[in-house]
Design a protein around this ligand. Sequence first.
Ligand code: IPM
Ligand code: MG
Length: 339
Amino acid sequence: MTADAVRVLQAVAAKNRHQFQFDERLAGGAAIDAEGAPVSDETLAACRRADAVLFGAAGGPRWDSGPQRPESGLLRLRKALGLYANLRPVKPYAALLNTSPLKPEKLQGVDLLVVRELTGGLYYGQPRGREARDGHTRVVDTLEYTDIEIRRIVTLAFRLAQPRRGMLTSVDKANVLESSRLWREVASAVGRDYPAVKLTHQLVDSCAMRLIQSPADFDVIVTENTFGDILTDEASVLSGSLGLLPSASLGATSLGLYEPIHGSAPDIAGKGIANPIGAILSAALLLRHSLKLEAEAQAIEQAVEAALNAGCRTADIAQKGEKVLGTREMADAVRARLL
Ligand code: IPM
Ligand code: MG
C-alpha cells in the first residue's frame, strides 16, 4: 500500500503542478535480506537528505528469530532523525460508524489526537539485555526519561490542544512508576504556561478503559512511548479498523516520517487486500507537516472520505454482503475523487 500512497501523491502533484522526487529505499526485513541491515547507513543518509520520509512497515515472522530485528531499523530512523513526537489522530468516519465493534452512539463526537513520545522510554533505555544468572535467565529493560524529553513532548501536546477543544489528558502510571511521577510533575509545570488548556492526569489502566467506555471525552492525549503504542492500537478500534489510521513522527525540523500505525500484517501481506487508507492518509500528513501543503493534504483527506461515503470498502471494513475492493482498487477509488 506504500506504492499506492505514492501514486496518490503523484496524482496530487500532477493536479497542482508540483514535482515530487521519490527516492525508494528498503527498510525492515527486506533490507536485512538485501543490504544486511534493517536500515543501512545509505538509507539513513537518504532520509536525512529528504524533505520527508514515507514509511511502509518493517517486520514479519521470517525475521523473528534472526540476529537482527526488522523493527530496529524503524527505531533507528526515529532516533537518528530526532523524531520524538508521534501524532496519531483518531476520528471515526460517519460512513463507518457501524464497522466498529463499539455501539455507534458511543462514537458520536469522537475526535481525538494521541501524542506519543517516540524516542525514549523502554524502547531505548539502557541497560537492556539478557543474561544467565544462577542457572536461570534474567532479562532487563529500562524505562528512562529526562525532564527535557518529557517537557518537549508535553509542550507540543499543549500547543496542539490549544486550537482544538483545549483539553489535554496526560497519561502515566504515577501510582507505581518513578518515571511517571516525573512525567506528571513536568506536565503540571508546563501546564502553568497554558492556562487556556485544561490538563487532566490519568493512569494508563483507567485510560485504556475510558477510551472504550467514553471515547468522546478525550481531545488530546499525551503519553510515553510504550503506553502510546498500546493505547493507539486500542484507539484504532474506534475508527473501525487499524488499517485506516495514519501517523506523523515529527522533530525539531520540518523533516518528518509518516507511516500507517498498522504493521506489516504478515497474515495478509502480499495478497493485495490490505486497506491502503492508513498509508494514503499518512501521505496527507506528510504534505501537511513537512511540505506545508495544507490544501493538498485536505484534498487527499476529503477524497478518502468521499470514497468511504460512496461505499468503497476493503475487506477489513466491509460488512456482510458489501462489495470488497482490493488495495489497488481502493487507492484508485480515492485517486478518482481527488479535487
Ligand atoms: C508502531 C509499531 C512499532 C512501535 C513497531 C513496529 C516497532 O508498533 O509504530 O506502533 O512499537 O513503535
Ligand atoms: Mg504499535
